[in-house]
Design a binder for this molecule. Structure first.
Ligand SMILES: O=c1nc[nH]c2c1ncn2[C@H]1C[C@H](O)[C@@H](COP(=O)(O)OP(=O)(O)OP(=O)(O)O)O1
Ligand SMILES: [Mg+2]
Length: 201
């Protein structure tokens, strides 16, 4: 079974590619770059779930392949759950991880440790060309530091601290992040869907 990875985010591509390795009966993985003029799908949904579905539906319709899309982001308690679905463009256009972190740290300036709770959420949508739709979710709890630590990962990883590991997400190894992240949580639940689809094809 071939699959289309419907994300323009290189960090996600790397992680999802790694998670797909153990999936049985997987054929070729296609990427947005394999399709000239692939559009950036507007994320008009108000939830991760809606946006993941928008991206996966567009990919399945364009490519005729079983398509996997990821919509994810950061919810910060002290900001009432912001940036949430707006995480990628928190500091405006064009989307920029470094400016997003700067904005987040500025907004949280002066806020104490106990009020810096946050979580990463990931919604994975799998859409088949004949209209089958499957969605899974994963969550990872942590808190926002007041400065960056570590150079791994992408996005908000350098400021997202995991109490259990006493490290930021950016200080974990690639393998560790891929075992414990919100994306890993959502992907683990999607494996049975992928197995099921592979058997059908
Ligand atoms: O593991 C993660 N570690 C750190 N930050 C993360 C992670 N996962 C999502 N994030 C942040 C990055 C971005 O600010 C937003 C995702 O936005 P989101 O629209 O889903 O992705 P995107 O626009 O980069 O690529 P695409 O829509 O093509 O999949 O949440
Ligand atoms: Mg996006």
């Amino acid at each position: 079974m071939d699959i289309m990875l419907a994300t323009g985010n290189k960090g996600k591509v790397r992680e999802l590619q790694e998670m797909l390795i153990p999936v049985k009966n997987l054929g070729r993985i296609f990427f947005i770059g394999d399709f000239p003029d692939y559009p950036e799908v507007e994320e008009t949904g108000s939830t991760f779930r809606e946006n993941a579905l928008l991206k996966a539906r567009e990919a399945a319709a364009r490519t005729g392949l079983i398509s996997l899309a990821d919509d994810s982001g950061l919810e910060v308690d002290a900001l009432g759950g912001e940036p949430g679905v707006r995480s990628a463009r928190f500091a405006g256009e064009p989307k920029d991880d470094d400016r997003n972190i700067d904005r987040l740290l500025n907004l949280l300036e002066g806020i104490g440790t106990e009020r810096r709770g946050a979580r990463f959420k990931c919604c994975l949508a799998i859409v088949t060309p004949d209209g089958g739709e499957y969605v899974t979710e994963g969550v990872c709890e942590g808190r926002i530091l007041s400065e960056r630590m570590g150079s791994g990962g992408f996005g908000y990883d350098p400021v997202f601290y995991l109490e259990k590991y006493k490290k930021t997400m950016a200080e974990l190894s690639f393998e560790e992040k891929n075992r414990i992240s919100h994306r890993a949580g959502a992907f683990t639940k999607a494996v049975s869907v992928l197995d099921h689809l592979a058997k059908q094809s």
